[in-house]
Design a protein around this ligand. Structure first.
Ligand code: C5P
Length: 230
């Protein structure tokens, strides 16, 4: 079985309040997206990469980096899950049903190589696959619409889902189609797999694999990247 990578990069990043979509914001001289891609490029154990771009994306053609020509692009959709599904359809032309697919957010540029290695090593013989995640550290509050505490949520057993999320191609495609059919909201691949009755595995990652979401995340990502060897 081979391993393929899908990068959903078709979001608009409205929470960033920036002129550019967040995957194209500059981070240490390169775009966020290039950093996110770089973790998978020139790895012997990755067979190919597919990026889902907004249909009206005008920034990708302007990017210049080594290996860009080996990356396939597909049109993304109005939601992340639709972007992933479009990329899975393209991948079905190239890959075998049992091949692994790693879905990684374009907005997570600080993935540690050791976390990626750990995910691949832990799951390579697993029947279903799984995700990187980290245990919740803080006390969790449910807050009412009025901005007051309604309740404290028991933290035990709660984890934050990250990406890459690694599943077998045909199983994931089927699970996403099923979720769409039933109209269930799908914010990550694992939720579609769970809905289909599968039990994904969890591999503990690190908090530096943050998803760039708000303006203050960018300087933090720069700091983290300059400390990582990537
Ligand atoms: O908006 P959010 O941070 O949840 O997006 C996670 C990832 O999914 C980002 O890399 C974003 O570009 C991507 N995405 C997408 N298609 C959408 C919405 C988000 O590929 N319609």
């Amino acid at each position: 079985t081979r391993c393929w990578v899908i990068i959903p990069a078709a979001g608009t990043g409205q929470r960033m309040r920036a002129a550019l979509p967040k995957q194209y914001l500059p981070l240490l001289g390169r775009s966020v997206l290039e950093h996110s891609l770089s973790h998978f490029m020139s790895r012997q154990d990755i067979a190919g990469i597919i990026v889902a771009l907004a249909p009206d994306d005008s920034y990708w053609p302007a990017l210049e980096f080594l290996g860009k020509s080996s990356i396939r692009c597909v049109a993304g959709g109005p939601e992340r899950a639709v972007s992933v599904r479009n990329a899975l359809r393209e991948l079905a032309q190239l890959a075998a049903p049992d091949d692994w697919v790693l879905v990684h957010d374009a907005a997570r540029p600080c993935l540690r190589a050791s976390d990626l290695d750990n995910l691949l090593d832990t799951l390579h013989e697993h029947p279903i696959g799984g995700i990187l995640a980290i245990p919740v550290r803080d006390t969790l509050k449910r807050v009412s619409a009025e901005g007051v505490i309604a309740d404290t949520v028991v933290r035990e057993g709660l984890w934050l889902a990250q990406t890459p999320q690694m599943f077998r191609l045909a199983m994931l495609a089927e699970a996403l189609d099923q979720a769409f059919t039933f109209g269930h909201p799908v914010t990550d691949e694992a939720s579609a797999m769970e809905l289909a009755g599968h039990v994904p595995c969890v591999v503990e990652g690190h908090s530096d694999n943050l998803k760039i979401t708000r303006p203050e995340d960018l300087p933090l990502a720069e700091f983290l990247l300059s400390g990582l060897n990537c």
